[in-house]
Design a protein around this ligand. Structure first.
Ligand SMILES: [Fe+2]
Ligand SMILES: [Fe+2]
Length: 137
């Protein structure tokens, strides 16, 4: 079974966001497993689930950023939009791949983009979030 493991180094320290990131990795993993097993009904359902989960996560992250008056919000929303397109495109491309090895490489590449976003972009929000937590105590 194809599995990309969540790693503690991707932990931001924002509990609700970290939890959603972990769940997203699981949803992405199960989507690519269904592609690997070439089960068409499952593929369609799980691909839709990935897109739905990515959109939901981005919306809730943006909502939290808005609540904390994060000044990088617009730029972050832009990054989310790019990542959404990349993932939607990625799923389409993965469907046309033939071997398990090709799919595995492809999934790893996509998940790395997602982790890259967490480390490079989501992390920029941490300081604002922590300040907001202190001020609202
Ligand atoms: Fe984000
Ligand atoms: Fe995120």
């Amino acid at each position: 079974m194809l599995q990309i493991r969540w790693n503690e180094k991707y932990h931001l320290g924002i509990e609700c966001v970290d939890e959603e990131h972990k769940q997203l990795v699981e949803v992405i993993n199960s989507c690519f497993n269904s592609i690997l097993h070439q089960d068409n009904v499952l593929i369609k359902a799980s691909a839709n689930q990935v897109i739905k989960s990515v959109h939901e996560h981005f919306a809730s992250e943006e909502e939290l950023m808005r609540k904390c008056s994060f000044d990088g919000l617009l730029e972050h929303m832009n990054e989310h939009q790019k990542l959404c397109l990349l993932m939607e495109d990625g799923i389409q491309q993965a469907l046309s791949l033939k071997t398990g090895e090709e799919i595995k490489e492809f999934v790893e590449g996509m998940i790395m983009q997602f982790f890259h976003h967490i480390i490079e972009e989501d992390s920029k929000f941490l300081e604002t979030y922590q300040q907001h937590q202190i001020l609202s105590r």
